[in-house]
Design a protein around this ligand. Structure first.
Ligand code: PGA
Length: 249
């Protein structure tokens, strides 16, 4: 069974309504791409970005959601709200949320269940710290995060996994191709739907390393932070996934 390649941009806490010209430039690149293209702007921009991307091949995603659909949760945003605003995906369990907001695997799992119940594709992030990698525990840590973070019915859920070594995020460091290949194979082995689940690599993906990373057998795309803020760089990464005239894997 084939998997589509997915190139996803994570804008984090960046972007104002003045940033929407970006999509006029990205739309033709997405139209010509073999990959699905997803941009996850801050929540305030999901609706305007979804409007700006109508009729294009660019999908829009959130960066987090609450595990409940509604209620007394000041400042939070639910999965049905993201869907209502035009999102198709939501990033969950990003290491910045795990570190900055104390999110545990069980929280990510509850959010993932809420997201898929609302019709969103969860993009579940996992990844080890440098200390864990240096201690030889990278695969064990990621396996534990996966086991705890995937929704219980993950066999019937459309989901995406993003392997993001924490030490590679925003640092300009990337894992070696050998380490990425090893980790992606280890992740795939542990999935209920190994043939159809997209596994993205994230952590300092740039135009000059995207092609090599994307050429690895178990790398089905990229989650791009810093480089997704620049439409020229993000377009180059989308192009590295191949054009629509090539067969999707
Ligand atoms: P980066 O971020 O590309 O800036 O390293 C990746 C991410 O945090 O998703």
């Amino acid at each position: 069974m084939s998997r589509r390649t997915l190139i996803a941009g994570n804008w984090k806490m960046n972007g104002l309504t003045g940033s929407l010209d970006y999509f006029r430039e990205l739309a033709p690149v997405a139209a010509d791409s073999a990959a699905e293209v997803l941009v996850c702007p801050p929540a305030t921009l999901i609706h305007p970005v979804a409007q700006a991307c109508r009729g294009t091949r660019i999908r829009v995603g959130g960066q987090d959601c609450h595990a409940r659909n509604s209620g007394a949760h000041t400042g939070d945003i639910s999965a049905p709200m993201l869907r209502d605003a035009g999102a198709s995906h939501v990033i969950l369990g990003h290491s910045e949320r795990r570190a900055g907001h104390g999110e545990r695997d069980m929280d990510v799992q509850a959010k993932a269940a809420a997201a898929s119940a609302a019709g969103l594709v969860p993009v579940i992030c996992v990844g080890e710290t440098l200390t864990e990698r240096e201690a030889g525990q990278a695969v064990e840590v990621v396996a534990r995060q996966l086991a705890g973070s995937l929704p219980e019915n993950s066999a019937i859920v459309d989901l995406v996994i993003a392997y993001e070594p924490v030490w590679a995020i925003g640092t300009g460091l990337t894992a070696s191709l050998t380490d990425v290949a090893e980790m992606h194979a280890a992740i795939r082995e542990r999935l209920k739907n190994p043939l159809t689940t997209c596994i993205l690599y994230g952590g300092s993906v740039k135009p000059d390393n995207a092609e090599a990373l994307l050429s690895l057998a178990d790398v089905d795309g990229a989650l791009v932070g810093g480089a997704s803020l620049d439409v020229t760089d993000f377009s180059a990464i989308v192009r590295a996934a191949g054009s629509g005239t090539q067969l999707a894997r």
